[in-house]
Design a protein around this ligand. Structure first.
Ligand code: NAD
Length: 450
């Protein structure tokens, strides 16, 4: 079976690839299993050096990788460059973490007790199409740093950057078999990785729906799983905030990557007394967003990933929205930035749209803001805008979500933990926390008697 990879901005084919089936997946797992003993035995400083080299190669190939990502996902080239820059930083960070992931000594009677961090073995990494290389790196960095070998399954729609990264890993000197990329369907390759007895862990990023399948499939072999799933995050704007700043930033928090972002602040909760003023500012800021050719340096928003996804997104918008932007004419899976006035009970506020549609929802006071922010099955990220520091901290502690920012909409940093509460998943990526998800703690007692 061949797979045609498409540029969503032009609908032109980018590549024809052979798709793997169960047999090819099993072969990749076997390669990873065979490479594991030697990889775990690589001296920490040498493993660090190899990851450092990979980071440097990613930096040297930044423009090439960014072009691949921009064409395959339809994301603006400026953003794609930033993402590739982060991939390099991730490998630099985990190169530095290899020899800092310490065990402990624990006071016990009759001897000494130590803990060791052991690699898991072969880990299966399954990633989505919205930030293909970035999200792959968040898993690869800690997985490789802790001595695991990997089978990486990119999304069917966006396999190109992962394939190029695997070539760069070999060029960096990371041995054959340590990083294997298998291109194929989630229902075939993904399912096989989840069920394979020689795969010790699945690091999964994707929808909550598929996350559920991964979790239940993993039960058969008691596989470890990290699940980074969907979101419906709140951007909570109090009347005492710097409304101009909050409104200027809000479009980027939901229309970035054309809204195909698990951290999208797609519910903009605004204190009622500031609602009209904020809505006016937000519409102006959204109007200024540059939607167009992803290869143009000035573009801020590109198309959606596919025609089918555009149909799904369009299905969320009934009637006349508060604001609907423009899109280029002609080919490409375009959908305009759209603002909808809503309540938190509307479908647009309940379900993950994963497109450039934001729901504007009023609230009466702090208690209602917290109640509405938490009234969702998800808990991935969110923002709080206020000039009142005490309120910012109170609300930050009260919102059930894994990542929050105050007077900012940023979610992701190389050094800080990232992951969800509730049905947004569990486990943490990035920072030192991610290392725990790719290693087992072993406790050893050493008798000093006799
Ligand atoms: P998806 O769940 O459809 O697919 C994700 C990956 O899982 C793909 O590689 C796919 O091939 C694979 N897959 C599909 N069926 C499978 C199965 N039965 N078994 C194993 N693997 C299978 O998600 P998507 O449409 O690619 O991505 C969008 C979703 O990802 C959104 O819900 C978004 O919120 C979520 N996401 C979450 C994060 C996060 O960090 N929390 C980040 C990015 C995207």
């Amino acid at each position: 079976m061949t797979l045609t990879v498409i540029n969503p901005a032009t609908e032109a084919p980018l590549a024809e690839l052979e798709q793997a089936g169960v047999e090819e997946t099993d072969a990749a797992v076997l390669r990873a299993k065979s490479a594991f003993p030697a990889w775990r035995a690589v001296a920490p400083a040498d493993r660090a050096r190899l990851l450092r080299r990979l980071a440097t190669l990613v930096e040297e190939h930044c423009e090439e990788l960014a072009r691949i990502e921009s064409r395959n996902v339809g994301k603006p080239i400026g953003g794609a460059r930033g993402e590739v820059g982060m991939v390099a930083q991730v490998f630099h960070f985990y190169a530095g973490a290899v020899d800092k992931h310490y065990g402990e000594t624990i006071p016990v009677a009759g001897g000494e007790a130590f803990t060791f961090r052991e690699p898991l073995g072969v880990v299966g990494l399954i990633v989505p199409w919205n930030f293909p290389l970035n999200i792959a790196s968040w898993k690869l960095g800690p997985a490789l740093a802790t001595g695991n070998t990997v089978v990486l399954k990119p999304a069917e729609l966006t396999p190109l950057s992962a394939l190029r990264l695997a070539e760069l890993a070999l060029e960096a000197g990371i041995p054959e078999g340590v990083l294997n990329v298998v291109v194929g369907k989630g229902s075939i390759v993904g399912t096989r990785l989840v069920e394979h007895p020689d795969v010790a862990k699945i690091g999964f990023t994707g929808s909550t729906e598929v996350g559920r399948l991964v979790m239940s499939g993993a039960a058969g072999t008691i596989k470890r799983v990290t699940l980074e799933l969907g979101g419906k995050s709140g951007n909570v704007v109090f009347a005492d905030a710097d409304l101009e700043r909050a409104a200027a930033a809000a479009p980027y928090a939901v229309f970035d990557n054309a809204g195909q972002d698990c951290c999208a602040r797609s519910r903009i909760l605004v204190e009622r007394s500031a609602y009209d003023r904020f809505a006016e500012l937000l519409i102006d800021a959204t109007e200024a967003l540059k939607v167009g050719d992803p290869e143009d340096d000035a573009t801020e928003m590109g198309p959606l990933i596919s025609a089918a996804h555009r149909e799904t997104v369009a299905g969320f918008v009934d009637g006349e929205p508060l604001y609907r932007g423009q899109t280029p004419a002609g080919k490409g899976f375009w959908y305009p930035p759209t603002l909808v006035a809503a309540t938190n009970d509307d479908r647009i506020a309940r379900e993950e749209v994963f497109g450039p549609v934001a729901a504007l929802i009023p609230f009466a006071d702090e208690a209602e803001a917290v109640r509405l922010a938490n009234d969702t099955p998800y808990g991935l990220s969110g923002s709080i805008w206020t000039r009142n520091g005490a309120r910012a901290l109170r609300v930050a502690r009260a919102i059930d979500t894994g990542v929050l920012s105050v007077n900012s909409n940023s979610s992701v940093r190389v050094t800080t933990p990232f992951g969800g509460f509730k049905q947004s998943g569990f486990g943490r990526e990035l920072g030192m926390h991610a290392l725990d998800g790719y290693s087992e703690v072993k406790s050893v007692f050493f008798s000093t008697e006799g």
